[in-house]
Design a protein around this ligand. Structure first.
Ligand SMILES: Cc1ncc(COP(=O)(O)O)c(C=O)c1O
Length: 388
């Protein structure tokens, strides 16, 4: 049989990480002691209270039936309660939908609202799902909003053309640049979306991974955001539960109901026991104080960040200490693929910025998802390489 991919699949850009992944495989096959600073998956485990809750909930035989596409009412209430505690924003259960990871929600939201040929504003560099899984696979046209170092890796909204734009994605704390924003920028983004009738999808997956007393804001804290915005959160990074696939979106009722409508034709919601566990995890927020386990988690990342950034600066690389996320975005002032390949020669894997978009070129992303000792070892190898 001669099968041909659908046109929308053919339009997906080439997978730029393939080349570097092949080299990583080769190195591993050669027995090289590879330090992988390329993956956005925490090495730290979920806290013990989550594992205990999982054991209890999975053993409850009532928790093995279908859920609802929008999620269990108790779960959505737990999300609303968490949101009130964390961001001081009121939500009705109807304004919340459970997701099988935020990646799924970010991809499916476009299916509900984007028509063929609609333009979708996508930050460049960015998490590839906005342009690919969301826009291209729903026949939309991704339009890059450059995130430049001189603008603090924020799009210059005053110079973005809103014509024929249906939807826009924003993500702060940002992957891959680790940039953060203040509320004034979010106000500008909401105003831009409202003035131009654009759906604003705000990816806040890293809101809880922050340091040095920085607390990430929510888009829904901004007046008028509820008219145009939907925000995406996830238990993946907050509770080190990437493999458990549980996340949620909240915001404008019509946007949530559109996303739910699409999902009801595709999935039947996350497993009930996972929703119950996630509800317990969210309930660990009891006031303005960050929960203890998360404070510890973030201290671990902060220590790793300091070790890596201090060493990179001592080697004359340009990089700041990020206030959030577990990424360090480094200006390597050269071809990012070549630079990442050079680091592989000493057994250190990082992600070339070009894989996140054209404007990611000349940067590489280091993930802080290895123990401190491995980060120190990686630093030694970098010193040996660049001090020759
Ligand atoms: C910016 C951003 N958003 C969303 C996700 C998806 O996370 P999940 O699907 O595990 O919730 C990721 C994963 O790395 C990410 O970096």
């Amino acid at each position: 049989m001669n099968v041909e991919f659908a046109e929308r699949v053919k339009r997906l850009p080439p997978y730029l990480f393939a080349e570097i992944e092949k080299l990583i495989k080769q190195k591993k096959a050669q027995g090289v002691d590879l330090i992988s600073l390329s993956i956005g998956d925490p090495d730290l485990p979920p806290p013990p209270f989550i594992i205990d809750a999982l054991k209890t909930e999975v053993a409850d035989l009532k928790n093995h039936n279908y859920s609802f596409s929008q999620g269990e009412p108790d779960f959505r209430q737990a999300v609303a309660d968490w949101y009130k505690t964390r961001f001081h924003v009121d939500l009705e259960q109807e304004q919340v939908v459970a997701l099988l990871g935020s990646k799924e929600g970010l991809a499916n939201i476009a299916r509900a609202f984007v028509n063929a040929g609609d333009r979708v504003l996508v930050p460049d560099p960015s998490y590839p799902v906005y342009a690919n899984g969301s826009t291209i696979l729903n026949d939309g046209v991704p339009v890059a909003m450059p995130l430049l170092q001189e603008n603090g890796f924020k799009p210059d909204l005053e110079n973005v053309n809103p014509e024929k734009v249906k939807m826009m994605f924003l993500n702060y704390p940002n992957n891959p640049t680790s940039a953060t924003v203040d509320k004034a920028f979010l106000e500008q983004a909401v105003e831009f979306a409202r003035d131009n009738g654009i759906i604003l999808c705000y990816d806040n997956a890293y809101s809880e991974i922050s340091f040095d007393s920085y607390k990430a804001p929510s888009i829904l804290e901004v007046d008028g955001a509820m008219d145009v915005a939907v925000e995406f959160h996830s238990c993946s990074k907050t509770f080190n539960m990437t493999g458990d696939r549980i996340a949620f979106a909240m915001g404008n009722t019509q946007l949530i109901s559109g996303l739910t409508k699409v999902k009801s034709q595709i999935d039947s919601g996350p497993p009930v026991y996972i929703q119950r566990v996630a509800a317990e995890a969210l309930a660990s927020y009891t006031g303005d104080e960050t929960p203890e386990f998360l404070k510890k988690n973030n201290l671990v990342y902060a220590e790793r960040r300091d070790i890596l950034v201090d060493r990179l600066c001592s080697l004359d690389f340009e990089c700041d200490k990020p206030k959030a996320t577990f990424y360090v975005w480094v200006n390597c002032k050269s071809n990012s693929m070549k630079f990442a390949t050079k680091l592989l020669e000493v057994g250190v894997a990082v992600t070339p910025g070009i894989g996140f978009g054209e404007h990611g070129e000349s940067f590489v992303r280091f993930s802080l998802t290895q123990p401190k000792e491995r980060i120190e070892e990686a630093c030694e190898r970098l010193s040996a390489l660049f001090q020759q």
